[in-house]
Design a protein around this ligand. Sequence first.
Ligand SMILES: O=P(O)(O)OC[C@@H](O)[C@@H](O)c1c[nH]c2ccccc12
Length: 274
Amino acid sequence: MILDRILEHKRAELRHKQSRGYLSELKARIRDAAPPLGFADTLDARKTAASPALIAEVKKASPSLGLLRPEFEQQFEPVTIADAYRRHGAAALSVLTDKEFFQGSLDYLRSVKEKVGLPTLNKEFMVGDVQFYEARAYGADAVLLIVAALDRRQLIDFHALASELSLDVLFETHHERELDTVLEWVPEARLIGINNRDLRTFSTDLAVTFRLAKRVPPGKLIVSESGIHKRDDVLRLVETGVHAMLVGESLIRADDTGAKVKELLGVDGPPQET
Ligand SMILES: O=P(O)(O)OC[C@@H](O)[C@@H](O)c1c[nH]c2ccccc12
C-alpha cells in the first residue's frame, strides 16, 4: 500500500536528519519564533450555517495524479495560491512538505506562513520527533497525525510533543477502528480528521465522513478531508454537522481559484479584496 511505501521512505529520510546540530539549530529558531496561531480555535470560530470552515491546501502533486497542473512543471507559486485562498474566505491553510511523493517543501510552509499569515497545518507524514521541531521552526500552527501510520505509544508521545511545542494536532482517521483508537488513547483530542480517501485505491467517498462523524462525541471538531469537489458536496457535509473541510485538488485544478473557494463556501457577491 502507498502509505507503507511513504512511511518507509520517510524513515530513511529522517535517518539523515538525526544530527544533534540540526536539532539544536531548529530549537534555536523556535526560541526566536512567534507563538503559533490557534488552528483549532480559528476553525471553531469560522464555521457558519452555510459552510464548514475551509482549510485550503497548497498541493503541487500527489502520488495518484502526479502534477495537479501541467504548468506547475515550469512554475509553482505557493504564496500566490495561498493568498488567493485567504482573500476569498479560507479560514486556514494546509501546506504539503513531503518532497518525494507530493513535491512539497518546508520552504513552501515557511513562505506561505510568513506572507499569508493564516493558521497553517503542516501536511506531513510524522514518524519522528525532529519533524515536530521542523514544523514549528518553519511556522506551522498544527500538525497531522495519521492514525493508520502510528502505534499507541507514538500517538500519545507525538501528541504530547506537539502540545509542548504549542502545535495543534489533527488526528486523521479513515476507519471506525482508527477513530475509536484516537478516542480511547487520546481522549483530549480536539480535532478529528476523517479522510474520505482510501489509501489502497485512492478513490474518495464522502460516505466515509457521514458514517464516522456519527461516532464522534460532542465537543470535538470534525474535519472532513479529501474528495470535496462541489457545492453540493459541501451541503451534504453541512447536514452532517462537520466543522471544517480540507480541500486540495478541486481548488488547485480550478481555473479561477477565488471563484471555486466562494462556490464551496456558498458565498456570492464580489470578491473581498483585502
Ligand atoms: O486533494 P483533495 O482530494 O482535496 O485532498 C486534500 C487532502 O485531504 C489530502 O491531500 C490528504 C489528506 N490526508 C493526507 C495525508 C497526507 C497527504 C495528503 C493528504
